[in-house]
Design a protein around this ligand. Structure first.
Ligand SMILES: Nc1nc2c(c(=O)[nH]1)N[C@H]1C(S)=C(S)[C@@H](COP(=O)(O)O)O[C@H]1N2
Ligand SMILES: [Mo]
Length: 537
């Protein structure tokens, strides 16, 4: 083919690339904000840059840019992106695949940065994916008229090469290359204009949504909570075995379960709790009312009814808040009530036995987790924590309403979906090490955790290859409301072995070996782990 004389300047190709690029960024930003993901992929990349910046360079940057260092970094990243987008547009003038590769590489970088963040999940990749699709679609919509225009122009300049039947069709009629030129130009301008407008709208909407969340994050960060102390590990709670789950679960590692797609963002100033139903007087509490009360703090292990035998939907944290029992006493519970229907701001409900909220256990309206105001995704500003009950019947995040009532009169979210009405925690134990591992010949440590919140664990036993139950040593616990670590030393013959664990609670009940699925009242069965003792070298 002859050399094409193109009328489309490289500036126009660049503009196509930039408009498509910005449309993609705006979409991914708006999607990130709508999904209440902390920030856009661009910010995630900036955070990676910060994490990878050598200390010296960072110091230098902070010294010269002061508090603007992050803004400057984002600006630089945006400029680099704009240059790359322009380049993608120019590449599109030559081949279709080169800009696709460039966009894919950029998206890959974004995805990697997003996943490198704390507590990242696959949902966090959705903004990156939508951004990439937007890039590709917009770029092809913009470059298509440019390509047609170039072909038309080429034909104009080389009339002898125009095929017998004119291939350029405008509004159903055959058109001259000149008409094609004008038409494609209009198409390009209209599309570019529309995309820019839509990108601006998406950017603005995203900012609106994001601002609400950032504001709540900021309020949370600045909150000073009276009576909330940092967690101090109680003495003796840890067995000294590498690989055992930490007794105190760091907030970032604490499992997350909720039905809300977008995590509710509630300003403490806007939060109220209504206590009503079968009470003598209705109580409505503001956040400041709540935190001005006597605060209670406790180590409490929370677990999910969906946890499989040996599973990890369980964590132990230091919770601070106000005892539910005291608030219910203020309202004055009437005779005949046996349940409290809790409702969260996002409409999720659960019914909790009144007894568990009023007896001597520390059922809390928690405002802090591990010494810090609750993270948004763990229920900020207030959630319920009840030792001894699964989360689905007790641990309402973003709680706003407590209705004193009767089980017979209410339905709650999970109990209408096949889960048991009451959800007392079942006694459970787990092997953490060794877990399907090889160990060198000679004695080796075995360790794990066991829990039976609000009853407490009296003993943990293990059996090797289906043999007799043998005792293990328990670490200390501050109360019956937390899990306990256990350990023992075994010395087994070389080869494969199966270890099995069971716990006995302080009422003397031994954990059953009968296997049950989590539905409808929690899994049962003994946890097993394999170990392979290596031969003497
Ligand atoms: N508002 C609300 N609260 C909720 C839930 C929910 O879906 N929505 N899930 C519950 C379940 S099933 C569990 S196991 C715990 C989990 O709490 P976490 O996410 O802080 O670990 O929250 C409970 N509280
Ligand atoms: Mo759960």
């Amino acid at each position: 083919m002859r050399h094409n004389r193109l009328v489309t300047t490289s500036r126009t190709w660049s503009i196509a690339g930039i408009v498509a690029g910005i449309a993609g960024l705006a979409t991914s930003y708006a999607v990130a904000m709508a999904l209440t993901i902390r920030d856009s992929p661009v910010v995630a990349v900036a955070e990676r840059v910060i994490a990878w910046t050598p200390g010296k360079v960072a110091e230098y940057a902070v010294r010269y840019l002061g508090e603007h260092d992050k803004t400057v970094l984002l600006l630089v990243i945006m400029l680099v992106l704009l240059a790359l987008f322009a380049w993608a547009g120019r590449l599109a003038g030559r081949t279709w695949w080169a800009p696709v590769v460039l966009y894919a590489v950029l998206a890959g970088l974004g995805a990697w940065a997003v996943l490198a963040q704390h507590s990242a999940t696959t949902v966090d990749l959705v903004p990156v994916a939508t951004g990439l699709v937007t890039w590709l679609v917009c770029l092809s919509l913009l470059t298509d008229p440019l390509r047609r225009r170039d072909r038309a122009a080429n034909a104009l300049l080389q009339p002898h090469e125009v095929p017998a039947r004119d291939p350029f069709v405008v509004r159903g009629e055959s058109a001259t290359p000149g008409e094609v030129h004008d038409h494609t130009r209009r198409t390009f301008l209209v599309r570019a204009g529309l995309m820019t407008a839509v990108a601006a709208v998406l950017g603005t909407v995203g900012r609106g949504i994001g601002r609400g969340r950032r504001h709540v994050e900021e309020t949370r960060r600045l909150l000073k909570l009276p009576g909330v102390t940092l967690p101090q590990l109680p003495p003796g709670v840890r067995v000294d075995v590498p690989g055992v789950t930490p007794w105190h679960t760091p907030t970032d590692d604490f499992y997350l379960i909720h039905t809300a797609i977008a995590v509710p963002t509630i300003e403490p100033a806007d939060w109220t709790l209504r206590i009503h139903g079968m009470v003598d007087r209705e109580v409505v509490l503001s956040y400041s009312d709540l935190i001005s009360r006597q605060s209670t703090e406790a180590w409490i292990t929370l677990n999910c009814v969906s946890n499989e035998v040996g599973g990890s939907l369980v964590g132990n944290a230091w919770w601070s808040g106000v005892r539910v029992a005291d608030l219910l006493a203020e309202a004055g519970v009437r005779d005949g009530a046996d349940a409290v229907l809790q409702t969260s701001e996002d409409g999720w409900t659960c019914a909790t036995p009144l007894e568990a909220l009023t007896d001597d256990r520390d059922a809390l309206l928690a405002v802090a987790m591990n010494g810090k105001p609750l993270p948004l995704e763990h229920g900020f500003p207030v959630r319920t924590i009840v030792p001894g009950l699964y989360g689905y019947v007790s641990a309402t995040k973003w709680v706003v309403d407590l209705e004193v009532t009767r089980f017979a009169d209410v339905e709650a979210f999970w109990t209408t979906r096949g889960w048991a009405e009451r959800g007392p925690v079942k006694i459970a134990s787990r092997i953490d090490v060794p877990r399907n591992q090889e160990v060198p010949p000679g004695p080796f440590r075995v360790a794990g955790v066991a829990w039976a919140q609000h009853t407490g664990i009296a003993a943990v036993e293990i059996a090797v290859d289906g043999g007799p139950w043998q005792p293990t040593t328990l670490a200390e616990v501050p109360s019956v409301d937390t899990w306990v670590q256990w350990t023992t030393t075994l010395d087994l013959a070389p080869g494969e072995h199966t270890l099995r664990v069971r716990a006995i609670d302080r009422d003397g009940t031994a954990q059953t070996g009968v296997e049950a699925a989590p539905v409808s009242s929690g899994a049962t069965g003994w946890h097993e782990a394999g170990v392979r003792v290596l031969e003497e070298a």
